[in-house]
Design a protein around this ligand. Structure first.
Ligand SMILES: Nc1ncnc2c1ncn2[C@@H]1O[C@H](COP(=O)(O)OP(=O)(O)OP(=O)(O)O)[C@@H](O)[C@H]1O
Ligand SMILES: O=P(O)(O)OC[C@H]1O[C@](O)(CO)[C@@H](O)[C@@H]1O
Ligand SMILES: [Mg+2]
Length: 566
């Protein structure tokens, strides 16, 4: 990494810049030549921000080492060996993804077939610069280090597979989500139309399908219409991840590109598969495409299907509002998905404006007494005669467990099965109103599976298409990664970054404050709750501590870290 500033060159300045003055010549992405930089001593040229930049030296960042270790310390110790951290100037850290050449250094490369593609070859700078990276944090201060970056997604000039040698497979795992079929479709079509890859198979019914079902040949024709349907044409499942059996099958069948669509559990599985592939020294690229309606995957801006879910949730909220407002003291209660993260509930509430109270897993609440939910319901009904409550499925689980003690049950993947907070709340509210001799009507609507099962909307369709294309470009270029949008740009993210934490609504952030001010609901939080939330956030944002220390262990056991507010 150069130790001085590299600025993109303004086109009109090209002739003016003298050799050795510190401005990079913009890469010619259509030529096979690697980008050429002319480095200059920044002080010699008065560029708009170079004066500030040059004063910042590496030594300005005593925490640079800690920053560089950001990923490594959040890894399980046995995974730390896979972290690829590259340090640059001014506190820049590249948290890089795995590449085939990390363990197969002699692999040949080939020109990207896109350069002869009638559609793409006309695009100026269609290929991304090999050094392009995307910052994890875009809000910075004057003296901030440049921070952690991820490799930018997109087509490279050289690829590591010849089209006729590629044998690709696609698998979908975990719960349903709008857009699954669009991603499948665009993987099949993108491989064929962009890279002339026509040997593509679907793995049926999730991970276990690798070793227990027939593989389904897929062509652009066979997937042509599937994006108009909800669900996944491949089927999905929980459990059944047997790394060795899966990789045995990948190896036996000569598969060399594996596209894995699924949530946090699925991405953990993808990481295990990658590690085993690498251990066996196989020339196989693993591309994870994060899917979850809960939007709880770390690092990425949002997961596909989330917008569709929020939009569809409006229909249930509207119905609840109609029911509530057509009755005397009417209450409409809507349950939305969100096992650990209340994003759908929060966004659906903010979008609707008819919601009087939103309850999410991240924000504890209580029923009885001053400042509790019952008091708020009584007040709201007095003021407005009706009210709408939105509750995320993971909210209030501790309260339910206290009133209905039952042993925890797990699904096949080991996820805790939730008790029905909507039904429980309905009964609690009814009992309370009865005890107060209050006439009321409550209608409980549970649209959760209806929302999850619809096809994706237009914007999610485009998002799914771009994710699929980014995944294909990355796999063709020999990387193994989870693909995702980070601050609006597609990036290749190391598996460990998306599997070590979970994205959660931060109740100390402005988005949750906006929600509270839009519904006028009480925060239900005690001073201790607020302190606890702030402390959790402080710990989450703190620069990492060395692996192995007791603080490191404590941080690992805290299940929740979260994305920054947008
Ligand atoms: N730690 C893990 N290691 C390997 N495989 C895993 C791990 N966790 C989950 N899996 C596998 O990933 C698949 C999907 O996991 P899970 O049911 O938790 O759904 P998910 O991918 O998190 O999606 P969602 O929660 O959005 O429905 C399952 O087949 C499961 O066996
Ligand atoms: O009933 P299933 O299919 O196991 O899935 C339910 C879970 O899946 C999700 O839709 C995604 O994780 C959660 O919101 C929900 O708790
Ligand atoms: Mg999950």
């Amino acid at each position: 990494m150069a130790s001085h500033i590299i600025l993109p060159k303004e086109e009109e300045e090209e002739e003016e810049v003298e050799e050795g003055l510190g401005v990079a010549v913009e890469a010619d992405h259509d030529s096979p030549e690697p980008p050429r930089y002319r480095h200059l001593q920044p002080a010699q040229k008065a560029l708009p921000f170079s004066a500030t930049c040059v004063r910042i030296s590496r030594d300005s960042y005593p925490n640079l080492r800690a920053l560089r270790n950001a990923s490594a310390t959040s890894l399980r110790d046995d995974d730390a060996a896979f972290a690829k951290l590259d340090e640059g100037d001014y506190g820049y850290v590249l948290d890089d993804v795995q590449h085939l050449t990390d363990y197969l250094p002699e692999l040949p490369t080939f020109p990207n077939p896109l350069q002869d593609h009638p559609a793409y070859s006309t695009v100026k700078q269609y290929f991304v610069n090999a050094d392009d990276t995307v910052p994890e944090k875009v809000v910075v201060q004057k003296n901030s280090p440049r921070g952690v970056h991820f490799r930018r997604a997109g087509p490279r000039q050289r690829v590591y597979f010849e089209p006729e040698d590629v044998k690709a497979c696609i698998v979908t795992c975990g719960g349903l989500c709008p857009g699954l079929n669009t991603v499948i479709r665009e993987l099949v079509c993108g491989l064929s139309h962009m890279y002339n890859v026509n040997d593509v198979f679907g793995i049926q019914n999730g991970y276990k399908g690798f070793y227990s079902s027939n593989y389904l040949p897929m062509t652009p024709k066979s997937v042509n219409d599937i994006h108009k349907r909800g669900g996944t044409v491949l089927g999905s499942s929980r459990g059944g991840h047997d790394t060795h059996k899966i990789v045995d099958n990948i190896q036996d069948r000569g598969i060399n590109q594996v596209y894995i669509i699924g949530g946090d559990g699925t991405q953990k599985g993808a990481y295990e598969i990658f590690k085993e592939i690498r251990r066996r020294g196989l020339k196989v690229a693993v591309a994870g495409i994060p899917k979850t309606i809960d939007n709880d995957i770390a690092v990425i801006d949002k997961s596909f299907g989330f917008d569709t879910a929020v939009e569809e949730a409006q229909r249930a909220i509207d119905a609840a509002h109609v029911e509530a407002s057509s009755a005397e003291n009417g209450i409409g209660l809507v349950k939305l998905m969100g096992r650990y993260s209340g994003f759908i509930a929060m966004y659906a509430t903010l979008a609707s404006r008819d919601v009087d109270c939103c309850l999410i897993p991240e924000s504890p609440f209580f029923l009885e007494g001053e400042g509790g939910l019952f008091e708020y319901i009584e007040r709201r009904l007095k003021e407005n005669n009706h009210m709408v409550i939105v509750v995320a499925e993971g909210a209030g689980q501790d309260l339910i467990a206290k009133s209905i003690p039952v042993a925890d049950q797990l699904d096949a993947s080991g996820n805790k099965l939730l008790l029905d907070v909507g039904l429980w709340l309905t009964h609690k509210i009814k009992d309370h109103c009865k005890s107060k001799k209050m006439e009321m009507t409550i209608k409980y609507i549970d649209p959760t599976y209806m929302i999850r099962a619809i096809p994706s909307n237009a914007s999610d369709n485009v998002y799914c298409t771009l994710l699929a294309h980014s995944a294909i470009h990355g796999a063709m270029a020999g990387y193994s990664f989870t693909v995702g949008m980070v601050n609006g740009r597609h990036a290749y993210i190391p598996f460990h970054r998306v599997t070590s934490t979970r994205n959660k609504v931060k109740i100390t952030d402005r988005m949750w404050a906006r929600l509270l001010s839009s519904t006028n609901q009480p925060s239900f939080l005690s001073k201790e709750d607020i302190m606890e939330a702030r402390e959790a956030e402080r710990l989450a944002n703190r620069l990492p501590v060395p692996a192995g220390s007791s603080e490191h262990t404590k941080k690992h056991s805290a299940s929740v870290l979260s994305n920054g507010e947008k």
